[in-house]
Every structure is written in structure tokens, then in C-alpha cells.
Design a binder for this molecule. Structure first.
Ligand code: C2E
Ligand code: MG
Ligand code: MG
Length: 559
């Protein structure tokens, strides 16, 4: 025997017996096998004594359920005359890798088989964990995007053969990012786990819920458009009750986009895209769901074309500013003006800011547009002051983009320097979502500008998610009560108590209150009674061009 030191021969038995992994040798006698040698590790593994093993046939020692499989491997090795590797399950979830090798004589006979076992439980566990991680999300334990994509592919094949419909709902938590920052990641993760549990409970039979990304979940289920709508509503209802995280009550809402097979798309990727397009639309409204339809994609192209046109609008003087008077409730005097942008497109006509401001934000035009509006408003303010019409306070609307890597302070100071109006005549309007989305950045810039005298107002107050403790972090001068509450003052809805509460709260924090969208005398009376400071709305005047506003000021000055 080559490669073996003959001096070792007397020790082979010892080497065999002391080998750390279980080893056994069986003799082949027809279709039967008998143990001929086993080492200590094997006895420990089998839980038997040497006598018990050597006095029995292999078939009597093996667990009955495993016999066909294991003896099959023995036969396979003998037939192939080579080693066969296979896995053996043992009690307590352990797994062994077994190698059974025929011992072949120079004549070509196989009188014995040598078997070895190796405990590979740790490796198998690691593999299983890796496999789980590949298909699941580490935070919630839900299937991940990859896994959902796979299940979607299977579902489509299944649905096609049975002539069924499949729906894919993509759900995005509204305003999760600022919440994540406020709560901190460990708490936000626990919140996501609770969302996962609730979503799972709302699933129809055979449905799948997966976590796709940060605050995005995917739900796969069978059913038609009606089922999709019902499911979208059910998933939204999941959020009607607050979540409790570490003793804090957290309210969440979700936007949902729905894509359907075969109505909208015929393959998994296209279906994911459709649900994504529908989600984008739903997110514009927040706490809404949207079923995909072809118009949505066209809308995207529409927006692209409009974006190009907007780029030229500034250069071609298609933009103008209208001014809406802000009136003191006590004296009835105009003390301020809100600058509201208008776009007159030569072919498309008047385009609403509600439509093109979001577009300007998307295509990076909001900063030059704001600077243009601010400059126009400040120049106008100076004109009226020079004409002896008094210092009208100018309110300019800001977008959240100004707090994301844009130097707002520099922009404001530049405009003030160019137009030389008193800083206290410039009021910047921000919405709650702008404040909440950029707490640190906005507080810092606002403090800097507030120090030089600039005023800040919260626009559309009451529609966002800000809390009192948040508001106190910002140097705010005025709260503007959202139109929806003002409208609700006289319509028997909750408008009256909410408006009263906002006024009282703002005053207790030392802030002024302006009511927006005042259209009737009754609303005005209510506001006066509640000691609201100012108002604006169609009741007094719509937003008007600068000349008309000048006329209003002149008329007031003659009185
Ligand atoms: P906003 O800042 O809350 O402005 C008030 C909106 O309510 C204006 O709509 C105004 O025309 C309208 N409004 C005023 N009084 C009444 C009323 O009595 N009844 C009703 N039904 N509506 C009234 P507008 O001008 O269409 O502007 C819509 C939004 O577009 C503004 O809401 C503001 O968020 C945004 N926006 C307008 N101009 C600018 C701008 O220069 N920059 C930025 N970033 N956003 C702007
Ligand atoms: Mg405004
Ligand atoms: Mg407003």
C-alpha cells in the first residue's frame, strides 16, 4: 500500500477507534449488512453499546422510517463502486453529512462498506438563516421584495391557468421619514413590526404581505377590481387606531397604489411598475388609494411636457404675481398681502399654482421661481410704501425644497438687499409638513432669519401633523387657519370648535392668527367674536393683480 508508513500498521485500529467523527464498517452479505467495526464516536452517536451494535444487523439498528433511504444509499455505493455522500437527520434538529464508501478488493469485489458521519448542524443552520435573510426582511420578518417578486411570478402563472385575476397593492406610510427621525430607528422599527402584524391580519386567504423598502409594503392577492378596492380600504382601516410604541401613541396613514393582472400588466415587473405609478398618484393626496389606469402614465408624460414649458415661462414673462389682501379683524384695515403666483400660458391658458408648484418642485425650478416671486413682491411693497400707502406686509409661500441643501437665508438676504424693504415687512409662509419634514434644518435657518426681523407663518394650519411641542421649536409669528375649517364654521361640521381651539392655542403661544378662505359674513362674525387677528378670503377680495390691489389701498387711505 503506497503512501502508508508500514510502521503505522499496528496503530490503524487505534486511529479508527479514536477518530473524532462517527465511523463504521459493515460487511455486505447478499442484500444484508452486518456491523463489523464501529468507533467510540459512532456508539455515542447511536446511543448504543458495542455489544448491541455488533450483535445486530444494520437494518435492525436503523430507525424504521430511515431504513429505505439509508439502505438505498448503501446499495447505490455498491453498484457505482464509489463513495456516495448524503445527509442524515438526527434528533434535536441535528444534521449529519454521511459518506459511504465501498472497500474494493484487487479482484473487484466489495465485501465491506466504510461509513463516516460528520455533524454539519451549524453549517445547515447558517445556510437556513442566509436563505431566510435572502427572502425576508430583517426588521419585520415579512417576505422581502425579492420574495414578493417570486411569489408574484408564481401567482401569475397560477392565475393564468385558472383564468383568475391578481392584484398587487403597494402601500407607503405617509410621512414616515420625519417620524423615523423623531422616534429614533429602534422605535421606528418596532412601529414597522406592528404595522406588519396588522397588515397580515387584514390579508385575504392566500394573500402575501411583504416589506419592500423602508416604509413601503407590498400586498399580493387574488381578485378583481372590486376586490382590490375593498382590500385597499381594509388596509387603510388598519391605520384607524393609533399604534403604541414604548408608551407613545402614534397615528399613521398610508397611501396605496394598485396594479392588476391581467387588466393592467401581464408580467411581474410591469405589474410592480403599474402599482408604483398608481402609488405616486395616491401619495399626492396622502391617505388615499389609487387603482392604476392608462391615464396615469399619460399624466406622467403630460407633466414632462409641462415641466419643459415651465422652464421657459420665467424667461418669457408668462408668470405674474397676484396679491390677496390680509385684513385686520378689529380695524378692518389691510395690513398685508399674500403673494400668489399665476401662470398665463399662451396656449394652455391659466394654469393653477396647485398644479405647477409641485411640478416646479420636481424639476428643480422652485428655487428660482420663489426668488422671482419674492423679488417681485418686495419691489411691489417698496412701490406702495414710496407712494405713501403704508408698509404692507408681504407674505410669500415657501416650498420644502428650500430646506434641502438650498441656502434660503442667503436668498432672502439677497432679495432684501436688492429691494431694501424692512425685513419685518417680509413674512414667509411654510406648511406644517415642511416644518415636520426638516425639523433641524428649518429651525436653524428660521432662527437666523428671525434674528434679522423676518416673520414666519404656518400656512394651512390644522391639516398637517404638527404638535404643539414642535411648533415651539420654531420662531413662528402667525398661524393661518386652513380654509377647510373656516368653511366648516357655518356648515355644522367641526370647523367652529377647531377654529376656536386653534385661535386660543396660538394666542397662548404668543402667536397671531389669520383665517384663510373667509367667504361669508357669518364666518367673519364668528372669527371676530373669537378674537381672531386677521383674515383673508373672497369675502373681502380675491387675489388680484398689483394695480387692483393698489387701488384697494388708495381707497382705504382716502377714508
Ligand atoms: P395658499 O398659500 O394656502 O393660498 C391660498 C389659496 O386659497 C390661494 O389659491 C387663494 O387664491 C385661495 N383663496 C383665497 N381666498 C379664498 C376664498 O375665500 N375661498 C377659496 N375657495 N379660496 C381662496 P391659489 O392662488 O390657487 O394657490 C394655491 C396654493 O399654491 C397656495 O395655497 C400655495 O400653497 C401655492 N402657491 C401659490 N403661489 C405660490 C408661490 O409663489 N410659491 C409657492 N411655493 N407656492 C405657491
Ligand atoms: Mg399661503
Ligand atoms: Mg393656505
Amino acid at each position: 500500500m503506497e503512501g502508508i508508513d508500514k510502521a503505522l500498521a499496528p496503530f490503524f485500529e487505534l486511529i479508527f477507534l479514536a477518530y473524532p467523527d462517527p465511523l463504521f464498517v459493515v460487511s455486505v452479505e447478499g442484500g444484508d449488512y452486518h456491523y463489523r467495526a464501529v468507533n467510540d464516536a459512532y456508539l455515542r452517536h447511536a446511543g448504543l453499546s458495542l455489544e448491541e451494535v455488533l450483535s445486530r444487523r444494520v437494518v435492525d439498528v436503523l430507525p424504521p422510517a430511515a431504513r429505505p433511504y439509508l439502505l438505498g444509499k448503501f446499495a447505490e455505493a455498491l453498484k457505482a463502486k464509489r463513495s456516495i455522500v448524503y445527509e442524515v437527520s438526527a434528533p434535536e434538529g441535528r444534521t449529519f453529512e454521511a459518506v459511504i464508501s465501498p472497500i474494493v478488493t484487487p479482484e473487484g469485489d466489495c465485501p465491506y462498506l466504510l461509513g463516516s458521519l460528520m455533524d454539519i448542524t451549524p453549517r445547515k443552520r447558517a445556510e437556513a438563516e442566509l436563505e431566510f435573510a435572502r427572502f425576508h426582511d430583517g426588521v419585520t420578518g415579512l417576505p422581502n421584495r425579492f420574495s414578493l417578486r417570486q411569489r408574484l411570478a408564481e401567482a401569475l402563472i397560477h392565475a393564468e391557468s385558472l383564468d383568475q385575476s391578481v392584484m398587487l397593492l403597494v402601500l407607503d406610510l405617509d410621512r414616515f421619514k420625519p417620524l423615523n427621525e423623531t422616534l429614533g430607528h429602534p422605535m421606528a422599527d418596532r412601529l414597522l413590526c406592528q404595522v406588519a402584524v396588522r397588515l397580515q391580519a387584514a390579508l385575504p386567504l392566500g394573500g402575501t404581505v411583504a416589506r419592500l423598502d423602508g416604509d413601503e409594503f407590498g400586498v399580493l392577492a387574488f381578485g378583481d377590481a372590486q376586490d382590490a378596492e375593498a382590500l385597499a380600504q381594509r388596509l387603510q382601516e388598519v391605520f384607524s387606531l393609533p399604534f403604541m410604541v414604548d408608551g407613545h401613541e402614534v397615528y399613521l396613514t398610508a397611501s396605496i397604489g394598485v396594479g392588476r393582472f391581467p387588466a393592467d400588466a401581464q408580467n411581474p415587473d410591469a405589474l410592480m411598475r403599474c402599482a408604483g405609478v398608481a402609488l405616486d398618484r395616491a401619495k399626492q393626496e396622502r391617505n388615499a388609494y389609487c387603482l392604476y389606469h392608462l391615464g396615469l402614465s399619460e399624466d406622467t408624460t403630460d407633466r414632462l411636457v409641462l415641466g419643459h414649458k415651465l422652464r421657459h415661462a420665467l424667461e418669457r414673462h408668462e408668470l405674474t404675481v397676484h396679491y390677496q389682501p390680509q385684513v385686520c379683524l378689529e380695524s378692518g384695515r389691510i395690513f398685508g398681502a399674500e403673494a400668489l403666483i399665476r401662470w398665463h400660458h399662451p396656449q394652455l391658458g391659466m394654469i393653477s399654482p396647485a398644479k405647477f408648484i409641485p411640478l416646479a418642485e420636481e424639476c428643480g425650478l422652485i428655487v428660482p421661481i420663489t426668488e422671482w416671486v419674492m423679488r417681485a413682491a418686495c419691489l411691489q411693497q417698496r412701490c406702495w410704501a414710496q407712494e405713501g400707502l403704508g408698509d404692507v406686509r408681504m407674505s410669500v409661500n415657501l416650498s420644502g425644497r428650500h430646506f434641502k441643501r438650498q441656502n434660503l437665508a442667503e436668498l432672502v438676504k439677497r432679495v432684501l438687499a436688492e429691494t431694501s424693504i424692512p425685513p419685518t415687512c417680509l413674512d414667509l409662509e411654510l406648511t406644517e409638513s415642511i416644518l415636520m419634514d426638516n425639523v433641524e434644518a428649518s429651525a436653524e435657518v428660521m432662527q437666523e432669519l428671525s434674528r434679522i426681523g423676518i416673520l414666519f407663518s404656518v400656512d394651512d394650519f390644522g391639516t398637517g401633523y404638527s404638535s404643539l411641542s414642535y411648533l415651539q421649536r420654531f420662531p413662528l409669528h402667525t398661524l393661518k387657519v386652513d380654509q377647510s375649517f373656516v368653511r366648516g364654521i357655518t356648515s355644522g361640521e367641526d370647523g367652529a370648535p377647531i377654529t376656536s381651539a386653534i385661535i386660543a392655542m396660538a394666542h397662548s403661544l404668543g402667536m397671531k392668527v389669520i383665517a384663510e378662505g373667509v367667504e361669508t359674513r357669518a364666518q367673519l362674525d364668528f372669527l371676530r367674536e373669537r378674537r381672531c387677528d386677521g383674515y383673508q378670503g373672497y369675502y373681502f377680495s380675491r387675489p388680484v393683480p398689483a394695480e387692483e390691489f393698489g387701488a384697494l389701498l388708495r381707497a382705504a387711505h382716502k377714508v
